[in-house]
Design a protein around this ligand. Sequence first.
Ligand code: 1GP
Length: 251
Amino acid sequence: RKIYNSFIERKAKGTKSFAVLIDPDKVTPDGIADLAGKCTESKVDYIFLGGSLVITDHLDDVVQQIKASCDIPVILFPGSPSQVSRYADALLYLSMISGRNPELLIGQHVVSAAAVKKSGLEVISTGYMVIDGGAPTTVSYISNATPIPADKDDIAMCTAMAGDMLGMKVIYMDAGSGARKPITESMIQRVSSQVEVPVIVGGGIRTAEKAYLNCKAGADIIVVGNAIEKDASLIREIADAVHSAPVNAAR
Ligand code: 1GP
């Protein structure tokens, strides 16, 4: 429970975290070493690994390359049950509580349960909430489930509360990779003020300012993928912004 304990310890101190999302389909070994170096220099807290459409068959290699290049914990953020690697530090075991697709609520978990258990990975039960990002994203299309409307803060709040009371260990609010519109601060504030567990926020975050405002609204962990693929200098900017966010500002 090393990784989850670090989430809890950081939350207790009010320290915000920054996670860089790597899509295993989009990286080369040289690219990984370079990115890992930049993440270390910028004091990135976690590396999330996964994507909705992972077609690579070398997930183990990618994890091992990251581990060989830096000491940052690698957390799997799987888009499908096949995205499991025992070399990672933990796995976000996602149940899509925003949707009504039983496969993503429990079906795929049943199919993958034995393999996940055998992997020995630290499993972090995650209430995964997809929020409308202004246009269909890969996750909203692939999931065959309606995302929570972007302006329905109450629905998001009640969904997160239900996930929390069902015993999920984190809530992940995601507008989807490359979302046109990231999640509003008002929705983040409503959700984080009502749940006890750490709140992860991602999808369409493109600036350090937005990352900072999300933390101020109550997000505990900020995830950025797309924007960093386009401009690696954002890694440091966003890391600094997240780490300078005020302690428990929204509480
Ligand atoms: C997507 O939350 C992540 O699942 C990150 O999204 O790639 O838009 O940063 P971006």
